[in-house]
Every structure is written in C-alpha cells, then in structure tokens.
Design a protein around this ligand. Sequence first.
Ligand code: PLP
Length: 383
Amino acid sequence: MEIATQDTTEHLLKIAEQHGTPTFVVDLEKIRQNYKEFKEHLPRIQVYYAVKANSDREIVKTLYEMGASFDVASLPEFMIVYENIKMLPKKEQEDFIWDKVIYANTIKPIETLQKLDHYKPLVTFDNAEELKKIKQHCPHAGLVLRIRVPNTGSMVELSSKFGAHPSEAVDLICDAFESDLVVEGISFHVGSQCNNFENYMQALQLSASILKESESRGYEIKILDIGGGFPVKYNSKVRSFTTLARKLNTEIKRLFPEDIQILAEPGRFMVANAGTLITKIIGKAVRDGKTCYYLNDGVYHTFSGIVFDHCQYPLKSFKDGEKKVCSAFGPTCDAFDTISVAEELPELEIGDLLYAENIGAYSIASSTYFNGFPPAKVVYINK
Ligand SMILES: Cc1ncc(COP(=O)(O)O)c(C=O)c1O
C-alpha cells in the first residue's frame, strides 16, 4: 500500500484546517485508477460496482462516467444509480437498466419488488419462496441464481446467509423457467477480502457444472456473475490481484463458452484505498498506566468497519516522536466505541490530529448519528 508522503500529510492538514474534523477525504482519481486496473487485468468482465461499499453519489457518478455498472442492495441504492441513468434518452434508459444495474440482494421486500417491476430489473434469488415473491410482484424481472460457494479464509464470510446449495440449483432454475420466469444468469460471492483464490476456482467449477446440467435440460444460462471479494492490499500478507486475475482468466476460458457474458461486483477493490479519515483528539486520560486518546470519530461512525468489516485502520500521527502503546476510543458514551487498545503513537495532546488510510470501503457507509454525532464531512480531491 502507498505510504503517505510529506506532501500528502501537508495536504491533509490543509483540508482539516479548511473543513474541520472529522473529515472523510475521497480521492476520486484513485477510484478511476482502481477501475482501470480491474479492467486492464480482467478485460472480459463488466464491473458492477457494489454500491454498499460506499454509496457516496460522487463515487457512483465517477464510476458511471468510467463505464461501470452497479450492484445495488436496496431501492434507495437503485435510485442513486438511476439518477445517472435517467439523464439518458428514454429508449436508452430502458436498454440500460440491465446493462447498468443488478439488484444483488437475494431477499427483497414485496414493496420493493412491486416498485422495481416497472424497470424490468435484473435480480438475484437463492430460494423457492423468493421465486414465488418475484413471480407475483416483479414478473418482468430477469433472474440470476446465486449459489453457495466456499468462503474459506475470506475476511467477511457471506455463505452462511446467502446462496442456494449447489445440489438445489438446477431444480430452482427449472422451477423458475416452468413458472414462466427467465433465469439469465448464475452468481456467487466468495466472501469479502478473499485471500484464498481457491474459493474462486471452486466457485467457477460449481457454476460451470450447474450451467451444463441446466443446458442439458433445455435451459440456457447467458450470464456468469463472479461477485465481489477482490482483495485490497491492506498489508503485505494480501495476495496480488494480478495473480488472481490471471487465474480467473485461465479458468473462465477453460470452463465457459466464449459467448457467455461475465460480470463482477467489486466493492472494496474500487474504493478502499481512496478514503482517508482525518480525526481530532478531543480528550486524553491515563488508565491503568496506559494513555487513552478520545477521538471525534469512532466505531459508530467512520470506524464502523472495525465491527462490521473485521478491518483495522492503523492510526497515524502528523507529529514525530517515540511511539508508545496506547488506546484510542470514539466520542460516544459507550465502552464498545473502542477503535484500538494496542495502537502505537507518539505522545499527543488534545487538539492534535490523526489520520487513517485505506478506510474507503464499508466505513462511512454504515455511519450513524449515535449520541447525536453526525457522520464525518466528505471532501473530494481530484474531482
Ligand atoms: C452481493 C454482493 N456483491 C458484492 C459485494 C461486494 O463485495 P466486495 O466488497 O468484497 O468486493 C458484496 C459485499 O458484501 C455483496 O454482498
């Protein structure tokens, strides 16, 4: 991962001076670079950015302008993407829905299905009850069956909640076609921040077998959706994206017909390294001989990824000095609001600033107003 230079730290200090803290700095150029890197190594695959990773409208617009499509998890996320689509002429808007959006939450409220039907959306499902709901409330949807695949060794596991067991997959596909719905594709998710590339290989193998079996029953599947999980280099133990891309290209070529349409739903990969948080020390105490810093951002806010994403964001100081182990807490009246009990920082004072890098994914997206503290202010650079 990049190391902040003096230039970047000076720039961050200037931003804090101008905008106050906590401030969430989004570098839109890094997002463009991440998109280009993905497309360079996986040219056959259309990017459907997983909006849940960071639903900021400027990020969505930036990726839309790069040519990305979008994976949405709710009607409000659908509408964020649709804001960009509705600038197009009417006919193109219609053609664009499938090309531009997949509703990739396998469980959808009935009210949402009713509102989506008019857009003829592409939606995922993984069980028979959902199929019935779609048939009744969103019959114009195109379907993508999500299957359960190994999530071994991924930072965030998803397979305990989502995905049809591979042994049920072909029956579900047949049930859908027999009730006059169309299954356009098959999808999977190997778990977020997947450092075990074998998960992808097994998922591709399973998908290929299901596709073949469906075809032998007369049902052709045209889309393969390989989900998210693409790992971000938070530290040196993370394996290289280039290696993963090479393996994916080889396996896809070996297992699938040339004309299959392939899409992926990267979230973290597009935004993690594009977000930096600047926060301020608002209190300081010594407890059991250890210095504790109280910051104006915490786990109910931009550091929420510590809880929900199992991610750590090392705190960095703008000041030099001998480092000591200390604790860092968020601003709420709640001991759960603990950022770290083993941070290494120099001696700092109330009013000093800290920053955390690579905090662009699954962070501000789940920020709350707990204790009355609003989410951090968002500032864009390289717009
Ligand atoms: C259905 C789906 N697609 C894509 C993603 C994005 O995954 P990642 O951020 O690991 O790329 C997620 C994350 O939870 C997801 O649930």
